[in-house]
Design a protein around this ligand. Structure first.
Ligand code: ADP
Ligand code: MG
Length: 379
């Protein structure tokens, strides 16, 4: 380990001393600091209040300042929010963690920090099936969408598992392509041969040097990508992503914050419309509709589990100008078991994807029967 790394490790250890035990605890996935006196942790998807505290608010602010500085970012009165990722350093607490913070008086109870730990033990498709996140057939369907290069959006709330799912999907892109990944902070764990990664940059103290996702998307288009992946689509860069999808970058993907596939596509349109481009609403709707082919909805449920709730196909717009979003797989009902866990999963809806012939032509073994609604046994 280099002395730089050693130094970094010590700095973070000192700054985050009061929550060190949680950072070292592999069972904890997230540490949530709500001011110096209240610290929660997430274990197996459930929140637990801890007894840990920071000595006082000054101490907590000093900690977040140190962390921001250590990764070349800032948090202060003028810029009271931070969104950063710590580098991956072996043996360092919070290695690779994503840190978000808001300072008072914006946050009302002192400095608020969330530390989402980087899970070195990666979730695999097998885990997905074991945890009940998806069924083998529905996973196979996602896999074949990757193979066929469908343009796809992952939709879900915060912490629902969007980034994890996008990582898994990226690893299923067929060999031989050039994949460009654009993120605010590098988070996607992608096992793929030919990947080029970009990360955005904040403006400096003079307000210069900012590089946004939108900027990076524009550059990306000139760098001969086969597919473009945007970690989180949060603002007007949605328009560039949609254009990329419509101009031959088959198999491009991104995530968006929404609660249903219908909301996801409407949100994408709203984000795209927020830019400075002059494009009529009607033209935009039809561009979005032709760009997006598949929307995968993932959610975090009351029992702490993450489940894929719907895999839907976008089939253009109807005569009223509304998006036609057709579920191919969907969760119909979940049963609460005596232990509080939710049983059940995603099922075929009976709707057959419009690109079924493509599945056949590519000799993918996914028979029509897999789209049939399961028969319900009475009683
Ligand atoms: N299928 C899953 N089952 C259980 N935990 C999961 C699953 N997918 C993700 N997680 C965990 O949930 C947390 C949030 O995942 P992440 O993909 O970062 O969510 P998002 O990008 O939606 O905010 C991580 O700790 C991750 O390890
Ligand atoms: Mg994410």
């Amino acid at each position: 380990m280099s002395s730089d790394n050693n130094n970094f490790k010590e700095v973070i250890e000192r700054a985050l001393g009061p929550v060190q035990e949680f950072l070292n605890d592999p069972g904890v996935s997230e540490v949530l600091i709500n001011g110096p006196d209240q610290i929660f942790v997430e274990r197996r998807g459930k929140l637990e209040l801890t007894n840990a505290k920071f000595p006082d608010e000054d101490n907590l602010q000093a900690a977040i300042n140190t962390i921001a500085q250590s990764v070349g970012r800032r948090i202060n009165k003028d810029e009271p929010r931070l969104d950063a990722r710590l580098p991956i350093i072996e043996g360092s607490p919070a290695s690779g963690s994503r840190i978000a913070a808001v300072l008072p008086p914006i946050s009302r109870q002192g400095t608020v920090i969330s530390i989402r730990k980087f899970t070195a033990s990666k979730i695999t498709p097998a885990d997905y099936i074991k945890y009940g996140t998806i069924t083998p057939d529905a996973w196979m369907f996602i896999d074949l969408c990757m193979f066929l290069g469908k343009n796809l959006i992952v939709s879900g709330g915060t912490g629902s598992g969007k980034t994890t799912l996008l990582s898994l999907m990226c690893s299923r892109i067929p060999k031989g392509q050039r994949v460009l990944i654009i993120e605010d902070s590098s988070e996607l764990q992608v096992e793929y041969e030919h990947v080029v990664r970009f990360e955005t940059r904040q403006a400096d103290l003079m307000g210069k040097g900012e590089v946004t996702i939108k900027d990076l998307l524009k550059s990306a288009l000139r760098l001969r990508p086969d597919r473009i992946i945007v970690g989180e689509v949060r603002s007007s860069e949605a328009l560039e992503l949609i254009s990329a999808m419509n101009t031959g970058h088959k198999g491009s993907m991104g995530t968006v914050h929404a609660n249903t596939p219908e909301d996801a596509i409407i949100r994408l349109e709203a984000l795209a419309a927020g830019g400075d481009a002059k494009i009529s609403e009607k033209a935009l709707t039809s561009q979005v509709a032709s760009a997006i082919e598949i929307i995968v909805q993932i959610s975090r449920y009351g029992d702490g589990s993450r489940k894929i709730g719907a895999i839907s196909e976008v089939r253009g717009i109807d005569e009223k100008g509304k998006y036609i979003v057709v579920p191919i797989f969907e969760i119909k009902a979940l049963k609460r078991l005596p232990n509080g866990m939710l049983e059940g999963g995603i099922e075929p809806t009976g709707n057959i994807p419009s690109f079924y012939q493509e599945i056949v032509d590519n000799k993918i073994n996914f028979p029509l029967t897999k789209f049939q609604k399961p028969l319900k046994v009475a009683g």
